[in-house]
Design a protein around this ligand. Sequence first.
Ligand code: AMP
Length: 306
Amino acid sequence: MSVLIVGSIALDDVKTPVEERFDLLGGSASYASVAAGYFSPVNLVGIVGDDFPANHWEFLQSRKINLDGVQRAQGKTFRWSGEYMWDMNTRETRSVALNVFETFSPKLPENFRGSDYILLANIAPSLQLQVLDQVEKPKFVIADTMDLWINIAQPELLELLKRIDMLILNDSEARELTKETSLIKAGHKIRALGPRIVAVKKGEHGCLLFGENEFFSCPAYPLEDIHDPTGAGDTFAGGLTGYLASRGNSHVNFATLKTAVVVGSVLASYNVEAFSLERMRTIGQDDILSRFNEFQNLAHFDADLP
Ligand code: AMP
């Protein structure tokens, strides 16, 4: 079963305390699509400019990603630049240039409209809504967001929350959206705004998953070396959605979602091991399976209390 993904396709400049790289393939939809592509065919909706390098286009095409929904417009591709501090967690955005995104209006090809699994990767909520307006009867809709939209587009974001099954956001965004310090309270409060499932990411500390009467805490993989955290959240969301779609027609229950969260975490842990999508060029199903098994051991214990 295929996944429909909309989001940004970008050229990024990234600076870490030890290295600086320019013109990297980035964007929420690029990371999410490549991650989802390990499990399901992907239909991508987005926009690039006429400066978008052919090798990036060919790389996406080589990964089971259908690019029929990606507009190629005159002008420059969306550009983002960020700098990480020594903890490799705190990030400062140095610049954002919307470029072709400024006039972007997503148009779904006819054969994308019947999609069952939809990932509205990080992009303005008004654009996420425009995509939802064009799909017929999806089985499961997941949205990702960021602090920017909580601050400048909250009415549209709240409208979106009523129309999705699952929201993914990070801990500081969950606190900002709900004005709660407790992430547990925040998770429940966001569920009350619409989505029946909420995933709160905690960076190097894992992820919390909230359902109706269910809760799951997924650890993070204990990585020693992080080279570039960019796109970890998008990779998590893409891997999670791709896995759900690969499960086929069955109802999306909490047990399946727990596995999907682990799968997303496995892919995100690989992605941060190199800049841009470079690590994803080198990993295969065997790598995913071996780290998935390690995750299972990370949180497992079966001793009884005396
Ligand atoms: P993440 O590290 O998960 O926050 O995602 C980083 C990616 O998001 C980068 O590759 C950027 O190109 C992209 N990005 C940054 N700001 C925005 C924005 N306002 N809208 C859409 N994508 C963005």
